[in-house]
Design a protein around this ligand. Structure first.
Ligand code: CS2
Length: 489
């Protein structure tokens, strides 16, 4: 059976959404309808619609690919989500995505979507590398390819900042109230950052527009969490075998999910709290906890695990010395997080160990290793600076950094080459080419010299540089398995 609004009533009750999708209009324009969005925000929105109703379905835009748009369009936006782990698996059909567009194909319709008056909230999950924001300067990064292209032709944008700015320009011209813009990517103070990027872009295009955005548009920050591996053939096969459903957009995730949001939605929002979202005044400490403990440990597992021969996170979590380092890393990261009134950080840490080890989740270390230059600053470097300042142990952060440096070489310990999949791959390649890859100090210096990557406080710290080089040298001389064991001793 194919999924469609018509066939929905033929599905077993347990799979069906708790509301009639056709009875609810659109209220959200979302950019980036990848696996994470479908497992996270789309599910929370589904719960909100079932509990409290409202016209809050989603118009989902894919910025790059057309495949997912075609798959969803053929199914009236419906797809299955299977939550795995926590005892039995639980599958349900998510019906919160009402329409889909592909920016590369339907550019004009995407721009026009911004001036649909029913759109009151714009949300984003486009990955860290898509933004093009210089986090040091809190301004646009004019060298980012999308930013550079959109500054040349701001009325026909292809990138995130260009599209948001043009959408807001059209919105203002149409005399419509500004939507709230909610960033749902793993970036620190993501609302503040996105606001700085959009304002930086708008200022270069139209100063009065920038003023309007500054006065009218809210950019709440949010912390998002749900481990969601990329769907595979096994995902679709499971849905076919178990339910007889052909679902080209099927997705699976862990059972756990978390969403902490600053409540600043002048034109309203779905009742996301019905799905368990937490509304707070300041998201920053929650973001720090998640980025530094979960994502920081994830990056450690990705680089050290991949090089130690573990293709999946759950396999890496069977490697006792590596697990000891993961635990050590999270403890060190937790020291930099600050007090969270309603969270027991020690319990959060032990829950993370269990979540990483979830036997039902096939999360590739290679997937997490991607885009390291975009991820490491907030996951590893920021807590490393604070640990340095506090006179705390920097070894965990130095080890994770060294593992990334080793990964940058681009060949594993059997000599097999892999694709680093980093937006700065060409620069990394060039940096690596200038050094003897058996010499940790040379490699470290070449990578630390990449512009705007390492914060000064680390690049100029003899202690941090030394701690990285010693560990990197062991990785180079003795391999990752031995380096992990030594470090865990
Ligand atoms: C991961 C995240 O791929 C990665 O970099 O660390 O996608 C992680 O799985 C999510 O943030 C979990 O919420």
């Amino acid at each position: 059976m194919r999924l469609s609004l018509k066939t929905l009533q033929d599905l077993p009750e347990v799979l069906r959404p708790g509301y009639d999708p056709a009875a609810h209009g659109i209220g959200i324009l979302h950019l980036g309808i990848g696996a994470f969005h479908r497992a996270h925000q789309a599910a929370y929105t589904d719960d909100a619609l079932a509990a409290k109703g409202g016209d809050w379905r989603i118009l989902g835009v894919s910025l790059r690919s057309t495949g997912i748009v075609e798959a969803l369009a053929a199914q009236d936006g419906l797809f299955t989500l299977t939550e795995r782990g926590d005892g039995a698996d639980r599958t349900r059909v998510i019906a919160s995505i009402a329409e889909t567009l592909a920016a590369s194909r339907d550019a004009q319709a995407v721009r026009a979507a911004f001036v649909r008056p029913e759109i009151r909230v714009v949300t984003l999950t486009v990955t860290e590398k898509a933004y093009g924001i210089d986090r040091g300067a809190m301004d646009i990064d004019p060298a980012h390819p999308d930013v550079a292209a959109d500054l040349q032709d701001p009325r026909n944008p292809c990138g995130v900042l260009g599209l948001l700015t043009e959408g807001l320009r059209m919105r203002r011209e149409a005399g419509l109230a500004a939507p709230a813009i909610l960033c749902c990517d793993n970036l620190p103070e993501n609302g503040v950052l996105l606001r700085a990027g959009v304002l930086g872009f708008a200022r270069r295009v139209d100063a009065s527009l920038a003023q309007w955005i500054e006065a009218e548009v809210s950019f709440p920050s949010s912390m998002v969490d749900r481990i969601t591996p990329a769907a595979t053939e096994a995902t679709t096969a499971r849905i076919r075998e178990q339910f007889g459903i052909e679902d080209a957009a099927a997705i699976e995730s862990e059972a756990f999910r978390q969403w902490v949001i600053e409540d600043d939605f002048p034109q309203g929002r779905p009742a996301w709290e019905a799905g368990g979202a937490l509304f707070v005044r300041d998201v920053a400490p929650y973001e720090r906890m998640k980025l530094r403990m979960l994502n920081g440990a994830h990056s450690l597992i990705a680089y050290a695990g991949f090089l130690a021969g573990h293709a999946l996170v759950r396999d890496a979590m069977q490697d006792a010395p590596l697990v000891a380092l993961v635990n050590r890393h999270m403890k060190a990261a937790a020291q930099t997080v600050g007090h969270l009134p309603d969270i027991d950080v020690a319990a959060y840490r032990s829950d993370l160990l269990a979540r990483f080890a979830n036997p039902s989740i096939a999360h590739q270390t290679f997937q997490i290793a991607m885009d390291g230059t975009e991820k490491l600053p907030q996951r590893i470097f920021a807590p490393a600076i604070e640990a340095l300042d506090a006179g705390a142990d920097i070894a965990p952060f130095a080890f994770a950094t060294a593992a990334w440096m080793r990964y940058c070489i681009g060949t594993d310990e059997t000599g097999k080459a892999y694709d680093r999949r980093d937006p700065r791959d060409a620069e990394i390649r060039a940096a690596i080419a200038t050094t003897d890859n058996a010499d940790a100090c040379g490699l470290r210096d070449a990578l630390m010299a990449l512009p705007l990557l390492f914060p000064k406080a680390l690049a100029e710290s003899a202690a941090f540089r030394g701690a990285c080089a010693t560990r990197l040298q062991t990785m180079l001389d003795e391999g990752m398995v031995k380096a992990t064991r030594k470090e865990a001793e």
